[in-house]
Design a protein around this ligand. Sequence first.
Ligand code: MG
Length: 406
Amino acid sequence: MKYKSILHLDLDTFFVSVERLLHPELQNRPVLVGGLGDRGVVAACSYETRRFGVHSGMSMKVARQLCPQATVIKGNSATYSKYSDVVTEIIKNKVPAFEKASIDEFYADLSGMDKFFGTYRFATELRQQIIKESGLPISFGLSQNKIVSKIATGEAKPNNQLLIENGTERSFLAPLSVRKIPMIGSKTFQTLLGLGVREIKTIQEMPVEMMESVLGKNGRTIWKRAHGIDDSPIIPFHERKSISAERTFHRDTINMVQLHATLTAMAENLAYQLRRGNKLTSVISVKIRYSDFNTYTKQAKIPYTSADHILIPRLEELFRQLYNRRLLIRLIGIKFSGLVGGHYQINLFDDTQEMLDLYHSLDYIRTRYGDDNIVMRASTMGGTLVGRMDNPFNGAPPVLLAHRQS
Ligand SMILES: [Mg+2]
């Protein structure tokens, strides 16, 4: 049987480590990174703060009460995006098939390399190179699939590595808490606790039907993961799709109110899709087609984000730079690319809990009622909203919105 060799790499307390690189006096001190206001949220915390019960996602106010000696730093998404790219470049130059799962997490398929080199030795050298060149601590897990490797990375941390040899997956997983299985959130965890299931070993001893009857379809997946079985593929970085939207006007226009409203509506829709697909963008572009059919595009690299209030002003700036011929406009379009996995976390520094709650509510309304009944930002009221689109991350191509009349 031919085994695969899948490497999972994860930068340790990424935001904190970058801050320590820039401010060495923070080394070995408790550090919190996040929003500084009373309503701010902890985006990352150093290991020193964890024994006080601090974890990421909790309110900064509570974290400060639990660990008053911690140094609190307002995060900077531009800086973290830059370091994320530095690490990505190192991996890209060494491994042809890799996946950037989030801004601080990577999978790489090393299958076949063992013939020449030994995958464990290769992974060890790659990790040392990242540490040396980026200055950031990183851990890895190596096994025959993504799930076991990810769990192994978690066990290796901080700043270490772990090889799970073929055939030892089950015994490696057995003593661990079921909580360590990716996809077991607090709700599923409580359900399992209610059944007296704490360790993965207990799931290994249960028939799959039992897990299915309690947890439905997820029960089977969890049962397989508990046995170290997983065949999810690496999604190569360069194949990550972009998402885009464009709009041809019924009548060519230079009506700035209408153009602005259209741009904003498209941006809101695409940003919503990013959030729904758990994605962040790092490259945005704007396209203009004039009435003479000449088409121009302009793009910009930006810090990873999925937030409307960051994206819209940047798109407007690009539009202003692009729109320099005093001609009627036939079409405008926008595109988000350079996508990686990740949620609101990267924007937590700038945003208060209220802002995050607002996004959650807006997204909830969009999901629940569709775009026709949506609560719109004031500036989009003057335009027609672009239509509802399917999730572009499930394989379906994004819908182009040409020829929609305003
Ligand atoms: Mg990490």
